[in-house]
Design a protein around this ligand. Structure first.
Ligand SMILES: Cc1cc2nc3c(=O)[nH]c(=O)nc-3n(C[C@H](O)[C@H](O)[C@H](O)COP(=O)(O)O)c2cc1C
Length: 206
C-alpha cells in the first residue's frame, strides 16, 4: 500500500473479530513503530503487547463495571486480540537532556541546578510515544488490520504495576488492534468541526 493511501484510508476501528493475529506480524508492526523519531535520540519509548486473554487486564484496569455493562462499544472492543500499550519514561528524557550536548536547553535533572520533568514546556516523552503510536496505526492499516487509539485517563498506576512495569514509566495510551468486523458504531466525534483556526494550512501568517 502506498503511504499516501494508508494515511488517507486510516480510520479508528472500534469493533473487531476475535481472530488472533500472527504474533510475528504484531512483532513486525511494533518493531517498525519503534523506528519513530526520538528527541535527542533518547528512545525512551516501549510497547507492552497484551494478546488474547491477557487483554482482559487492560479492560479491567481502565474501565468501570458500569461502563462495561452499558457501553455499546465494549463488546466489539473487547473482542480485539491485541492491546498494545504505548509507554514512555520521562526520566530517560530528563537524563538525556542533562548530557553535555543538551545541557543548554535547561531541561536536565534538578541536581544540575534547573530543569527536571516540570521544566519541560513540551513533554517530549509523550511526543515520542505519539510518533511511535502513529507508525503503529499506519502499519496496521498497511497490513489490512483495524486499530483504535484509546487515551489513558483511568487506572494507569494499577495496570502498569499489575503488568510488572518498573516505576516511573507512563502510559500514553493503548492501540487496540485486530481484524475489523464491520459492525462499528459511528463515533459522534466525527461530526465535529475543527477548532477555530485548526484543521487549516496557514501560509506566511496566521
Ligand atoms: C490523543 C488521542 C486520544 C484518543 N482517545 C480516544 C479514546 O479514548 N476513545 C476513542 O474511542 N477514541 C479515541 N481517539 C480517537 C479519536 O476519537 C479519532 O481519532 C477522531 O475521532 C478522528 O477519527 P479518525 O481517527 O477515525 O479519523 C483518540 C485519538 C487521539 C489522537
Amino acid at each position: 500500500m502506498e503511504l499516501t493511501q494508508a494515511i488517507r484510508m486510516r480510520r479508528m476501528v472500534r469493533s473487531f473479530a476475535a481472530d488472533r493475529l500472527d504474533p510475528d506480524l504484531v512483532g513486525r508492526l511494533v518493531g517498525d513503530a519503534l523506528r519513530a523519531p526520538s528527541a535527542g535520540n533518547t528512545r525512551g519509548v516501549a510497547w507492552l503487547v497484551l494478546e488474547g486473554p491477557d487483554t482482559a487486564e487492560y479492560w479491567a484496569s481502565t474501565t468501570t463495571p458500569e461502563w462495561r455493562r452499558t457501553s455499546r462499544r465494549f463488546a466489539g472492543l473487547a473482542r480485539a486480540p491485541v492491546v498494545a500499550l504505548s509507554l514512555c519514561s520521562p526520566s530517560a528524557y530528563v537524563e538525556r537532556y542533562g548530557e553535555a550536548d543538551k545541557l543548554g536547553a535547561g531541561l536536565g535533572p534538578l541536581d544540575l541546578g534547573e530543569g527536571g520533568e516540570n521544566a519541560w514546556p513540551v513533554p517530549y516523552w509523550f511526543g515520542d510515544a505519539a510518533f511511535s503510536t502513529m507508525l503503529l496505526l499506519l502499519g496496521a492499516e498497511d497490513a489490512g488490520l483495524g486499530a483504535v487509539f484509546l487515551g489513558s485517563f483511568r487506572g494507569e498506576t494499577g495496570l502498569l504495576s499489575s503488568l510488572g512495569v518498573p516505576g516511573g514509566w507512563r502510559l500514553f495510551g493503548a492501540v487496540v488492534m485486530g481484524r475489523p468486523d464491520g459492525r462499528d458504531a459511528t463515533s459522534p466525534s466525527l461530526a465535529r468541526r475543527p477548532a477555530p483556526g485548526a484543521g487549516a494550512l496557514h501560509r506566511s501568517r496566521w
